[in-house]
Design a protein. Sequence first.
Length: 356
Amino acid sequence: MSNTAQLTRMVRLSEALPNLPEQALFHAGPPYKDGPPDAVLNAAAQAAVMEGWATDTDAARGLLLQSPPAIKLLPAQDHGLVVPLAQVAGPSTWCVEVGNEALKVYSPVSEGPAPALRFGSIDPLCRDRAQNDCKQFADHINPLLENAPIHPEALMQQALQLGDDGHAIVSAGTKLWVNTLEKLPDATREKILTNAGFALTTWMAYCSWKLRTSSSTISAIGANGIEFGVKFKNANEWITVSAPPPSGPRFKPDHPAQALGAIGDSAVVDACGYGGQALKNAPTLLTEWKDYLPDDATTRPDHILCPESGCIDPARIQAARLAPIINLAILDRQGADTPIGRGHYCPPLSVFQQPS
């Protein structure tokens, strides 16, 4: 059995995981104690329409908000997948499948640049891309993967040497991902490359796989826009804390939008030594965030990463009294076609206190 993970196919979630709960959609981070924020509600409404559970997004919102909800919202990582930012996955969502014979993890195929579901956009174009472009990607890519395997870890390591951090910046990784498939039709290649963040969900699926198959004590980590959470192996419940917005510059400083709290399952990337633990490889981010990052941003990982697994180690975090840095986009609380900034989030140490 291989102990390394590769991208095996693009597949609809229901085909890969046929025993998913019925009438359920899957969001980032820990479970919601009350309703989701508006950005996630937008993405959930879009997903419900794509599933055929509602005729339009207004009707879908009604089904999601009624008591009890006619459509359930469940944490993606509790069901074998990871979703970016505010995106919500459903049974028909096209996903990348990453893993080995022992475990496979899923994450939505990134449907395109802005406007995008992951930003909480309500634009119908997102649905068209998610349904049609992603199917086209699968049709063209799946036949090539047997003879041109994509190994995420190798590509991520190469991309670090090209200025990526593996999370906030994945443009080099996206090019490496696409260039692995030499026989990919030019039109498909060009469409994918319009989305510099395309590779991120493959990296996310790989990092979730790594957390779950390595010696790491963490099985899940992420935020839902209201709370940030960590789930330890053999634990039934998430440990959660309130999630403020990430700290970082706005793309349009005069833009009046209120920021959503930290959100996304992409924290799995930072938990595996990339993202906020790889800032020394991303001079662009060090410059852009110089007024926001802690002074020890480039040396902090030395104190909190496990040398064997390469993942953040809760015991080392507690001993050093240093939290990991998690790189995240800053979203409009109401949802929007694009993010309003990007930055980082350092969770409280308490969330890494493993239950005795």
